[in-house]
Ligand binder design. Sequence first.
Ligand code: M6R
Length: 355
Amino acid sequence: MDIEKGEYSHFMMKEINEQPSVIRRIIGKYFDENGEIKKISSRIFKEIEKSDRIYIIGAGTSMNAGFIGKEMFEKMAGIPCEVHIASEFAYNIPILTEKPLFMFISQSGETADLRAVLVNVKAKGYRTLTITNVRTSTLAREADNYVEIHAGPEIAVASTKAYTAQIAILSILAYMVSDKHIDLRKELSKVAISIENIIDKKDYIEDLVKEYLTKRNCFYIGRGIDYYACLESSLKLKEISYIQTEGFAAGELKHGTIALIEEGTPVIAIISQRSISKNTRSNLNEVQSRGAATLVISTKAVKEAGDQIVVDDVYELFSPILTIIPAQFIAYYAALQRGYDIDKPRNLAKSVTVE
Ligand code: M6R
């Protein structure tokens, strides 16, 4: 049964391990055997295509998936896209374009901060689409349209498989309105295999956590989509291990944050993009020379000697689906080694239904 732990000691570990099959389920649900997209209505296609700007609204992990979605809509489909924190947007709406489309990303479909925005923008007559794991949820019912992510029940408070599923769905929506210059079905299939390759290395990642995650703080650094992956990586780590951690745009370090680096401060860099890998490397050197204990998650294309975790090369916009897997394990093992309640971290609820 999906809602039992089975052979796993925690739901989070089970859900991390389910990610290859979730990606394959999404491929099965949304692609036919010729690689054409199915089961997403032409109404949704038209609404995305005719919008002059997409406004992605989310919270926590779902918002972090939204940042990758923004890159996909802009780079694959040429549609401008903004990502907003739901609780901020609800009461401080920016100047909108003429034909906005609002996309609400929510695993549970019940997050009150998002609903406040949905009610507000619907009252103004704007079109809305919810991307959710729960088709019977409030946000699915109340939006004009919804798309299901098919991640299966996610029980651990720390969201893992919903994040990768949300990114996969966002890629399908962006691809649908793009010039289709890649074979998305094939690229997603490669991603599923590459996730398995990382899962095979989880014991090694556990050892790295023992060696590197020894302090009460930790920094994730990256640029571009790697920066967005850092935001999600640090959210995962802090919410279950209680290590104080943030994701930083690597280039911003020298504008203040580098002052916090001391002898042995753990700094994890995510490096997957050829165009900016050298820049992140130079930021990494800066923290290293100030005593940081650095750990690198890179892709084969940009790896350098000494990188501790190297993941496969995939279509570049999919690299966050891969680089997040070691980060999920890092969070899991850091919490395990500290003896915390991994599936139910303190002060947090799975579904946040109050504003
Ligand atoms: O159900 P939602 O996706 O709307 O939830 C949003 C956040 O509350 C959620 O992603 C939260 O940040 C997770 N605990 C992160 O692991």
